[in-house]
Unconditional design. Structure first.
Ligand code: F3S
Length: 392
């Protein structure tokens, strides 16, 4: 790899042992993937922040690092909200360990914003290079904004944050951003856009078909929020880090060849609907990925004047909640819990339930293994209707 003078000095240990180790990690990664150089990054988003997922080993590793991040860096959701965790039944032992993880990141200069939607917090521009780890945020940044990031692991995102660079390979390089198959969503164009949550169902299906390829969708006209749901689900059931939607996503028009020459796979409305299976549930969770401000407003408006009968959890970033405290209060008045910094998957909050209803294809994929509960997918309206129905 060609390194510039600063990068060589870091690698030689002239900027401290931690930076040296981080550079060694990035150079090793770059060599594995054939990178010829490093590229400066605008921001980093680091996963591996919940004590539930990193455990004692992860905490020990973080504590051993001695450096400050070189670019704006935020965290993925952690295992509990930073405020009010006692009221949610989080054990003091877990909270103590989680706070130690947060303290370790704080010492590294990481902003303690814990969210999978950093794009609501930081201005991200088309063509910017990033080192983000959360798979749904990576899909959004690459596909909806047109920024450039690989799907980083927690350690490589943190290494890039500390060094301020990442190896230039994969999705950083425009020539690797071309679509490799066409997914033709049949009938969607004729009957109008498919409903919002069905983008979670569509993503669930499309991720299994695409695997780690880059799909090019035809026949759909999703909004940004619908693309957020689509990308999150595909990143969970497949390893999709970038997708294109004909006529919509910014990179869809930059590839000069005819996409019709690619393998073409039809997806029918019936197949999408088949993902939505009805099972009885004893809790409902919304906000995977974390709610946008408009999501909170929609939930408040759908619940206005009502009282929830089943446990209903709504997850959002703290800064999104702080921007609209009245809406958060309106949702809480119904008996629902609006929770910051964490989510249904990375916290122990949802572990006592048998079956959880979600409006997200990503949560549908992860709830069974991470919460030990069955999962059911529905529209947001269906989820809220379920939350208003007494447990049997
Ligand atoms: Fe975010 Fe948790 Fe879903 S990290 S994308 S809310 S699984």
């Amino acid at each position: 790899m060609q390194l510039d003078a600063v990068e060589r000095a870091i690698l030689a240990g002239e900027h401290g042992e931690t930076r040296q180790q981080m550079m060694e990690l990035l150079v090793a990664l770059g060599k594995v993937f054939g990178a010829e150089r490093m590229v400066p990054i605008a921001s980093a988003q680091v996963s591996g922040a919940s004590y539930k997922t990193i455990g004692e080993w992860g905490l020990r590793w973080l504590r051993g690092l001695d450096a400050r991040v070189a670019v704006p860096t935020v965290l993925n959701p952690v295992g509990m909200p930073r405020e009010g965790w006692r009221d949610l039944g989080i054990s003091p032992e877990f909270a103590a360990r989680q706070n130690e993880v947060l303290e370790a990141y704080r010492k590294l200069g990481v902003r303690l914003e814990c969210t999978c939607t950093p794009y609501y917090l930081m201005r991200v521009q088309y063509g910017q290079h990033l080192a983000w780890a959360e798979s749904s945020a990576v899909a959004y940044a690459n596909s909806v904004i047109g920024a450039r990031t690989n799907r980083e692991g927690g350690p490589s995102a943190l290494a890039a944050a500390i060094v301020g660079r990442t190896p230039f390979y994969g999705l950083h390089d425009v020539k690797h951003r071309a679509p490799s198959l066409v997914l033709d969503v049949e009938g969607a164009g004729k009957a109008g856009p498919i409903p919002a949550v069905h983008y979670g169902a569509l993503g669930s299906l499309a991720g299994r078909i695409a695997g780690n390829r880059i799909p090019f969708f035809r026949g759909i006209r999703p909004t940004r929020e619908e693309m957020k749901a689509l990308g999150a689900a595909m990143a969970a059931t497949g390893a999709v880090a970038l997708f294109h939607v004909e006529g919509i996503t910014p990179d869809a028009r930059i590839f000069p060849y005819d996409v019709m020459a690619l393998e073409r796979i039809p997806i029918t409305r019936e197949e999408v609907a088949g993902v939505l299976k009805e099972i009885p549930v004893d809790a409902v969770a919304l906000g995977c990925p974390h709610c946008a401000p408009e999501d909170l407003q929609q939930i408040a408006s759908l619940l206005r004047g009502k009282v929830v009968r089943k446990p209903l959890f709504v997850f959002a970033a703290a800064y999104v909640m702080e921007r609209d405290p009245e809406t958060v209060l309106a949702i809480r008045r119904t008996g629902a819990k609006v929770v910051a910094d964490t989510c249904m998957v990375v916290s122990p909050l949802m572990e006592g339930y048998r079956a959880i209803m979600v409006d997200s294809g990503k949560a549908l994929a992860y709830v069974p293994s991470m919460c030990g509960a069955a999962a059911r997918l529905g529209t947001r309206e269906e989820c809220l209707r379920e939350a208003l129905t007494e447990n049997q």
